[in-house]
Design a protein around this ligand. Sequence first.
Ligand code: HEM
Length: 197
Amino acid sequence: ASTTAIPGYTYGTAQVTPSPLSDADFALLKQTVLLGDADLHHLRLAGEVLGDQVEAVLDVWYGFVGGHPHLVKYFSGADGQPSPAYLGAVRRRFGQWIQDTCAAQYDRAWLDYQYEIGLRHTSARKNLTDGIVSPSQHIHLRYLIAFIVPITATIKPFLAKKGHTAAEVDAMHAAWFKSVTLQVTLWSMPYLAPSTF
Ligand code: HEM
């Protein structure tokens, strides 16, 4: 994941603000969510399984957000209504994120982009990437955290769709859950005073 044609997608570029987290603290966090080499293997497998299902996964997630006024309001445009341009721009990066989550080396470049994604959910960067004028200036951290559940629950049927054993599906699903939890934890960083993170 470095150069692509997706507008606003800057993973691996010099535009990304480095994460303030040290390598040592990052390693301890990975240990704490029990993310190990076997999980990276199962995430690669998940990447193969999800490869041609990304749009279908996004349909489910966008359906979930769109079906809840308290969530879709974060995608409001200047008129206070859900902005198709905003939803569409973010959707392309969200699709790339599914693939990155499966393919990542969980290295410094990946860590730095997690800081960027975190910032984009806060008032520091929200709306800027897509040039959106919105009454919504940040996404409340409580929903970021709570969203781990639907993002994890809804992926399982897709992981099970390519004929893998129940044990393989469970292993892919567990690795996905660890990664999403790790990511939302990292995204919470710019919301918090550094000493409390
Ligand atoms: C942006 C994932 C929670 C609303 C993004 C992006 C991803 C993502 C991958 C694009 C990152 C990029 O620019 O490359 C997630 C995940 C979540 C989560 C995995 C929780 C597990 C939420 C929640 C909301 C939300 C609860 C509220 C409805 C948004 C918005 C943007 C965005 C509005 C665009 C921010 C901007 O203006 O740049 N999210 N998100 N996200 N997400 Fe989330």
